[in-house]
Design a protein around this ligand. Sequence first.
Ligand code: SF4
Ligand code: SF4
Length: 376
Amino acid sequence: MPDVRTIPSVEYKDFSLRLHDRYGHRDRVIKAQLELTYRCNLHCVHCYTDPYNNRQDIRKELSLNEIRRILDELADLEIVFLNLTGGEIFTHPHFFEIYDYAYRKGFLLMLYTNGTIVTPAIIERLKQAPPFSIDISCHSVNDAAFDRFTQVQGSFRNFMKGMELLRHSGLPFCFKTKAMNWNKGELPQIKAFVESFGQPFGFTTSLSPRLNGDLSSLEHRLAPEDIGALEVQLDEAQETESCQEATDWSSPPSERLYRCGCATNTIHISAWGELGTCTLQYERRASLRDYSVKEAIEKVFGEIRSLRYATDSPCRGCQVHAFCDKKPTDARWERGHVEEPIPYDCDVAMFRAKRVLNQTLIHPLATKQTNGRSAP
Ligand code: SF4
Ligand code: SF4
């Protein structure tokens, strides 16, 4: 009788945690996020990539051959997780050529999609070679509100069609929700919708300026006090999105400009082939048209790790830094300099800190005023 063996299975959460425990604090990149395109069938009001969703900028995007070369290099570097994102991935004319190539390379593929152009043909194709996960944006379940924020009429109807196809597909998928000022009242309905698929509900709140510096996306931010109220109302179902390593809330801040996990185990490659350390880090990039992936990682990681606060910014000695979502690129767009504090992030950090720490705190910008200088 043949020796029948079964491959042990492991929950994704446990598998991922083990990998992060093993490699998270080492100089080993295990995850790459590849923006295939800035094309998208929608134009969401809060979207940071939509400014490059036009014919002129799409010409600058990586070609199929360039993407194949990059995938070869990522595989040679033994990167485990590959996240394909956009824009909208299914608008890419060569999506399945890229997907199949990456699948054969052995990556654990994670797809980000808005779910509005999922067709039976796409589902059948994915079922032949299933991805590791499919993350679907779900910011509204109200017909009129959905179409208003995507600025495309009929998009909600298409979203619902896509979700019904996915519901019966057997493919692994989950939802991600961004809580904003226009959908905050809808979160209980979105939660019920997500849970009707047997999925856990979570939400994030951070919005960033658009890639071209346009700040209009920030008009949709929640008020800091609303973030606190929603966290309580929805059983703290929010996902932690702060990059800060916040195990010890009272530890003094590091002098590093990037106090997050930037330049440890993740890379981001834009649709124009520029390698950076995360989606929202545009201060230091290297073009994969000039460098190999390995060279670009060495160059960019070295630069990011060496950047230090050099001015007397309140961020430097901030008491609530561990609760703060500030990203230097956002600070440059919003405040004119990467070291400047972002008042909105200060207010959110104060709300979070007050909830966790039972002590009197001084607002970081009030500290700046007591130092004899005016707050920005
Ligand atoms: S679906 Fe995503 S990429 Fe497309 S416009 Fe909306 S936020 Fe931007
Ligand atoms: S809370 Fe304000 S001052 Fe403190 S690190 Fe964040 S942006 Fe800087």
